[in-house]
Design a protein around this ligand. Structure first.
Ligand SMILES: C[S@@+](CC[C@H](N)C(=O)[O-])C[C@H]1O[C@@H](n2cnc3c(N)ncnc32)[C@H](O)[C@@H]1O
Length: 289
């Protein structure tokens, strides 16, 4: 056999081995991600890790993923840990994703909440895991359609996420044509205006002003003191393991007013001790008992 045929070549080395992502290194990264934000990375994600983190490893002039994890585990590696989590989170979202939830808001929930706010009470809606802002903006558009003066009332939407990069986009509220394309022409015209860059469309200030954004890790402490009327936590816990998911449902129940609504993603299910605090009220929609 020619010598080169017996040598491992980079060309034929799976990408996860090329920079040194062996099983032990994968386990170190997966362990850090699990502890930090609850996200469960399966072995099938090793190519994703290589493609998303490989550039960071090279930019930092490190030779292997192990050296990268060593760096993250030093006290000065805290910022890099946040950057790593940000690179590994799935931030896919879109306006009016799972439209039946917005139909329920429009038909049933918001009219009552707007009446409540008009009576002088405060109304709070939380988009937990809001990514780049499309979800809270969709809630805001439905609110303004029913109540154009909503910003004069004590009615506010809170958008939180772990990922500071997504939150930056959410705060800017400026989106390219493809992100806006699933909005009706009417919604585009009513709620968006040309952004300063001359290319994107930006949410109008009346809509932006309804929403406050904050960085929040759902598996950490929640500093909010007042209960919410509605919580959207959709397509977030699907990335957590079952025990972590189970710890969140009772916390969401405690964070809701009695009869407050919880919306979860289409492939998520309530489980564990929090289930008894909720009754189904629609498709992946629950009411706090
Ligand atoms: C797929 S997006 C879902 C966005 C939106 N809720 C939707 O359904 O379109 C998931 C979001 O959850 C966030 N996330 C993941 N783990 C989190 C955690 N532990 N705490 C807060 N946010 C988290 C990610 O940063 C990401 O922006």
């Amino acid at each position: 056999m020619p010598l080169e045929a017996s040598m491992p070549s980079l060309e034929h080395t799976p990408p996860s081995r090329a920079l040194g992502l062996g099983d032990a290194t994968f386990d170190r990264i997966a362990g850090l991600v699990r502890t930090e934000c609850g996200i469960e990375l399966s072995q099938s994600k090793s190519n994703l890790i290589v493609s998303r983190l490989g550039r960071r490893v090279k930019t930092l002039n490190l030779i292997t993923f192990d050296a990268y994890v060593d760096h993250i585990e030093t006290p000065s590696g805290r910022d890099e840990l946040r950057r790593m989590i940000s690179l590994l989170t799935t931030n896919v979202t879109k306006f009016f994703r799972e439209p039946h939830h917005f139909a329920a808001l429009r038909a049933d929930i918001l009219p009552k909440l707007i009446a409540k706010a008009r009576s002088g009470a405060s109304v709070r809606i939380w988009s937990a895991g809001c990514s780049s802002g499309e979800e809270p903006l969709s809630i805001g558009m439905e609110t303004l359609k029913l109540c154009p003066q909503a910003s004069d009332l004590d009615l506010r939407i809170l958008g939180t996420d772990l990922d500071p990069v997504s939150l930056q986009t959410a705060r800017r509220a400026s989106y390219d044509a493809s992100s806006i394309s699933n909005l009706t022409m009417q919604d585009q015209g009513q709620f968006f205006e040309p952004a300063d860059d001359g290319k994107n469309l930006r949410a109008i200030s009346e809509l932006r002003d309804l929403i406050t954004y904050a960085e929040l890790n759902l598996i950490g402490e929640w500093p909010m003191e007042r209960p919410f009327d509605v919580i959207f936590c959709r397509n977030v816990v699907i990335y957590f393991d079952n025990p972590t998911q189970a710890t969140l449902w009772p916390r969401f129940a405690n964070a809701l007013h009695r009869k407050g609504s919880l919306f979860i993603g289409h492939s998520e299910r309530l489980g564990g001790p929090g289930v008894s605090s909720f009754e189904p009220s629609g498709i992946t929609q629950y009411r706090r008992i």
